[in-house]
Design a protein around this ligand. Sequence first.
Ligand SMILES: CC(C)(COP(=O)(O)OP(=O)(O)OC[C@H]1O[C@@H](n2cnc3c(N)ncnc32)[C@H](O)[C@@H]1OP(=O)(O)O)[C@@H](O)C(=O)NCCC(=O)NCCS
Length: 176
Amino acid sequence: MSGNNIVLEHYDPDKTYNNQKRFDCENKTINKFVAGSLKKQVRQNLSQCFVLLDTTNNDRFIGFYTLSSFAIDASELEVLSKGSLPSRIPCSRLVMLGIDKDYKKKGLGKLLMQSAMLKTIGAAEQIGIYGLFLDADKGAYTFYLDHGFIPLQVKACPKPTPMFLHIDTMRSSLKK
Ligand SMILES: CC(C)(COP(=O)(O)OP(=O)(O)OC[C@H]1O[C@@H](n2cnc3c(N)ncnc32)[C@H](O)[C@@H]1OP(=O)(O)O)[C@@H](O)C(=O)NCCC(=O)NCCS
């Protein structure tokens, strides 16, 4: 944890969070999702969410990520050079991640990333999970590269870039 005033907790869709509706990570799609769809998505068991609260600011909702299960075509993972695989590969997916603009560049995104990796490693002890998948927005691409994610498309493209982090890479990076 980056400080005693910030807590990370499992999101409860029946709880009202201070500032959830006004959460602003400077990404319109993510802000809209947090204000309008997050509660429903968690209630429907489509994702699990983990949220950062600032206890010195009335438990303000200052960051979050959502995780879900996912499956990816083995052909998309050829770049990892892991040999022959079944055609569909089970993985977890980091669907959304955001830190409120007032709290960026303080290590909180990294904290959430490490938490998502730990959840994935924990789940992989119970069911088969080959790694963590995500679609990176242009602004966060380098952030994910720094966390060891490998782009699954080589071409530069205005659309989000699919990226992947193998479970063994995750395990070794968290041991460091
Ligand atoms: C991406 C995001 C979650 C990072 O959160 P953050 O709390 O500012 O990140 P941190 O402070 O933990 O940064 C960790 C490291 O990544 C770097 N970093 C942070 N944001 C970065 C970015 N956009 N591009 C490149 N590097 C970045 C930091 O400099 C830091 O490097 P260091 O460890 O060498 O000092 C945040 O900028 C955000 O909410 N962005 C808008 C929403 C978004 O794009 N979400 C992802 C959608 S795919």
